[in-house]
Design a protein around this ligand. Structure first.
Ligand code: SF4
Length: 382
């Protein structure tokens, strides 16, 4: 007589079989579940529940609409690999309609869109990629002879919730840049009586979509959102707070030109226009691009241009310097500056930044201002 199995052990075995069928090792899968549970801000005892949700045969219906966009968010999701994020997302949901992925076309696919919305009224999740032009009654984007505005109002109001994926759907994105000729706008400006979750980014991180869907399916409720409709677990902190170059910022070590010594040494990119200090996203903590450590824009040496922040990405010039909200480095940051060379410690530099009362709070800024002032005083004295 075999031993009786606990429910956790039974779950473990069924998950292992499921994964084996998908060619994903159990070890990698559990590592992934642990990481994504932490990323959602859930306690460690939720890992088994998250794993169960991912492998559950129940599928939530999803309708995915494309409007004014480049399909970059879909491409980003489909190109994700560790461990097959796109498979996890697509396996957790029943993707009833997606213009990019549907094999059918024309009247046939439009019928499946309408059938799914009618059958699953009030139960499906609507994912919207792309901004919605509202000028001239929305004539600048039409699909199957209907404006994007009309389609969104129709399917948005019949959905359980709406996910605006990418900066275009969240707040208009690049199409809404001045003078915004089509009146490009975000989903939340149009759908008012349904929860709209914004997942901005250009493209949005596929992990943020996965975490949001997973959160909803695991707990049966939407994650806590911030004032801009973004999940707090993903957009609760500035990129600057967890950036791998932050110790250089605090120590006053900056790249001043692309390709200069500082740039090659991996110094802070603030002077090259990095918008990390005013952009809320988790790129610096979960990384981005899915091609290994350091593979996110700032990691590769390009300043963050604030693609996910309304009023920053596609609004401010790329070279324009960001506003600093976090002047002083967290106490737990290690000091990396050569104190003799810099003539100031990271801590004292930050304090000087605060004393200077400048909008720019970096120690470097304070030190360079101090040096300039001293030079001016010496000049006058002479
Ligand atoms: S300014 Fe940019 S590169 Fe520098 S620490 Fe902040 S986020 Fe990182």
């Amino acid at each position: 007589m075999g031993q009786l199995l606990t429910s956790t052990e039974s779950l473990d075995i069924s998950i292992s079989k499921e994964l084996e069928a998908q060619g994903v090792s159990r070890r990698n899968f559990l590592k992934f579940c642990t990481a994504i549970t932490a990323a959602m801000g859930l306690p460690a005892n939720m890992v088994a529940k998250v794993a169960e949700t991912i492998t559950s045969p129940t599928r939530t219906p999803v309708i995915w609409l494309h409007f004014q966009e480049c399909t970059g968010c879909t491409e980003s999701l489909l190109r994700a690999t560790h461990p097959t994020v796109e498979e996890l997302v697509l396996d957790m949901i029943s993707l009833d309609y997606s213009e990019t992925l549907c094999a059918a076309a024309g009247h046939q696919v439009e019928k499946s869109l309408n059938d799914s919305a009618t059958l699953n009224e009030g139960k499906y999740i609507l994912v919207v990629e792309g901004s919605i032009p509202v000028k001239e009654n929305g004539i600048y984007c039409k699909i199957a002879d209907r404006t994007a505005l009309d389609i969104l109002n129709d399917y948005g109001n019949r959905a359980a919730a709406v996910v605006a994926i990418g900066s275009c759907a969240s707040w208009g994105g690049v199409q809404s840049s001045s003078p915004n000729p089509t009146g490009a706008t975000g989903v939340h400006e149009i759908i008012k009586d349904k929860p709209v979750i914004n997942l901005p980014g250009c493209p949005a991180s596929p992990y943020n979509l996965l975490s949001t869907v997973l959160y909803y399916l695991t707990l049966g409720k939407l994650p806590q959102l911030d004032g801009k409709g973004r999940p707090r677990f993903a957009y609760g902190r500035l990129i600057h707070e967890h950036c791998e170059r932050r110790p250089h910022f605090d120590a006053g070590r900056f790249a001043r030109q692309f390709g200069d010594d500082g740039h090659r040494e991996g110094y802070c990119l603030y002077e090259l226009g990095c918008k990390g200090p005013e952009t809320f996203n988790n790129c610096s903590s979960i990384l981005y691009g899915d091609v290994g450590s350091g593979a996110w824009p700032v990691g590769t040496g390009h300043p963050c241009f604030g693609c996910s922040e309304e009023g920053v990405g596609f609004t401010k010039y790329i070279h324009e310097q960001a506003e600093i909200f976090t002047e002083t480095p967290p106490a737990y940051y290690p000091g990396i500056a050569d104190e003799k060379e810099m003539g100031v410690t990271p801590g004292s530099a930050a304090i000087l930044g605060g004393i200077a009362g400048a909008a720019i709070g970096s120690g470097y800024m304070a030190v360079s201002r101090k040096n300039k002032l001293e030079a001016e005083v010496t000049e006058k004295e002479e």
